[in-house]
Structure formats: structure tokens, C-alpha cells
Design a protein around this ligand. Structure first.
Ligand SMILES: [Zn+2]
Ligand SMILES: [Zn+2]
Length: 204
């Protein structure tokens, strides 16, 4: 644990509230839905997109949460190196490794979709949520101050992400005035990257 992070959490100021949870959910809902419509509508209906986004977010929430219960061994990189720093990698290298570790959770879902022919799932949406989620360390924690994820590094029982799923399962721990709007650029970057990819490759 880092004392410098704990000092950002004086007393019991940091608690989740219905207001902050609802606000985070609304921001993610509006931004994520709009960008998703740009990416896959009308190939997938608006209703299908909404269900898929919730499903993919539930997937990453639980796989991240599960990784904290799995053995602290090299193959569980997220715990072994990202949290416990047992490889002692330079920060830029660790950032890249963590990006691909997070992204691999979504590639696993993409693999299951492909093997099991789950045509109701959009590969584009899996990659979209995957990029958005995995960019947090690169864009928000390194360039900014992603308090929600910094708290996760102090106490890994909270804030697995996304915020509204944490709220649903009682694991969101943030400031009363917390908002998720700083994450919107991640979604836009992910959307632009995928629009570029879809220009060259056909992805459902
Ligand atoms: Zn982290
Ligand atoms: Zn974690």
C-alpha cells in the first residue's frame, strides 16, 4: 500500500452514494450507447446493444474480481505484477503489460463467442468495451488522477469497474461528488480506433 494514496482518503469521506452511482451509470449509459450505435447499428438493434453492453461489463467485472481470488502466481499477472509488483517492471513496461492483460479478458470472451458461434454477441462491442476498459491505466491513471481506480489499488475489494456494475454489487467506493465523465475520452478513442479497424476489416 502507498501512504500517498491513503492520504487522499481522509476519514470516511470516500463512500459510494446513490447519487454518484446513478450519475456514473447515466454517463456510461448515454456515452456508451451513442458510440455503440455508431459502431454496430443497424446490424444489431438498440435493445440488443443495450443488453450486450451490460453483459460485457458484467463479464469484465467478475473476471477482474475473480483474478483477485486466484493464486498470486505469474500466470495471474494482474495480481502478481500489477497489484503486488513482484516482477518489479519499469512503469511504462508494466503499463503495456497491464493493458494487454486487461484486454486479454475481452479476447477470451471473443474466443468463446467465436468457438460457440454466439452470433447474438457483437465482436465490435466486445473490442469496444475492451479498449475502453483497458485504456484506463494508460489514459486516466498515468495522465490524470483516476481516483476510483487508485482506491482499487489501496483496497482491491472495491472498484473493479465499470462504476455502475460496482454500484450494483456494493463494491463502489468513491467520493460523494464523484463523476465518471473523465472516462468519456476513453470511449471516444476506442470508438475511433474501431472505426479505423472496421474500415479495413469486416467485423460484426
Ligand atoms: Zn490498476
Ligand atoms: Zn485489480
Amino acid at each position: 500500500m502507498s501512504n500517498s494514496i491513503i492520504e487522499l482518503l481522509p476519514g470516511n469521506t470516500y463512500r459510494y452514494t446513490i447519487l454518484s452511482g446513478a450519475y456514473s451509470f447515466l454517463l456510461l449509459l448515454v456515452t456508451g450507447s451513442y458510440l455503440s450505435l455508431i459502431l454496430v447499428y443497424p446490424h444489431f438493434s438498440a435493445f440488443s446493444i443495450a443488453i450486450q453492453l451490460i453483459g460485457i461489463n458484467l463479464w469484465v467485472y467478475w473476471i477482474h474480481r475473480a483474478s483477485h481470488s486466484l493464486p498470486n502466481q505469474f500466470w495471474n499477472y494482474h495480481l502478481y505484477s500489477h497489484h503486488n509488483k513482484l516482477l518489479n517492471l519499469p512503469r511504462p513496461v508494466e503499463l503495456v503489460c497491464e493493458f494487454f492483460t486487461d484486454f486479454s479478458w475481452f479476447l477470451l470472451l471473443l474466443g468463446i463467442k467465436t468457438v460457440c458461434n454466439l452470433d447474438f454477441l457483437s465482436s465490435t462491442l466486445i473490442l469496444f468495451v475492451g479498449l475502453w476498459y483497458s485504456l484506463i491505466h494508460v489514459l486516466d491513471l498515468s495522465l490524470g488522477n483516476h481516483i476510483e481506480h487508485r482506491i482499487h489499488h489501496v483496497d482491491y475489494h472495491y472498484n473493479y469497474g465499470p462504476a455502475y456494475i460496482d454500484f450494483l454489487f456494493g463494491t463502489l467506493k468513491v467520493d460523494r461528488n464523484y463523476t465518471s465523465d473523465f472516462e468519456i475520452p476513453n470511449g471516444i478513442v476506442a470508438c475511433v480506433m474501431l472505426l479505423g479497424l472496421k474500415y479495413y476489416i469486416q467485423i460484426d
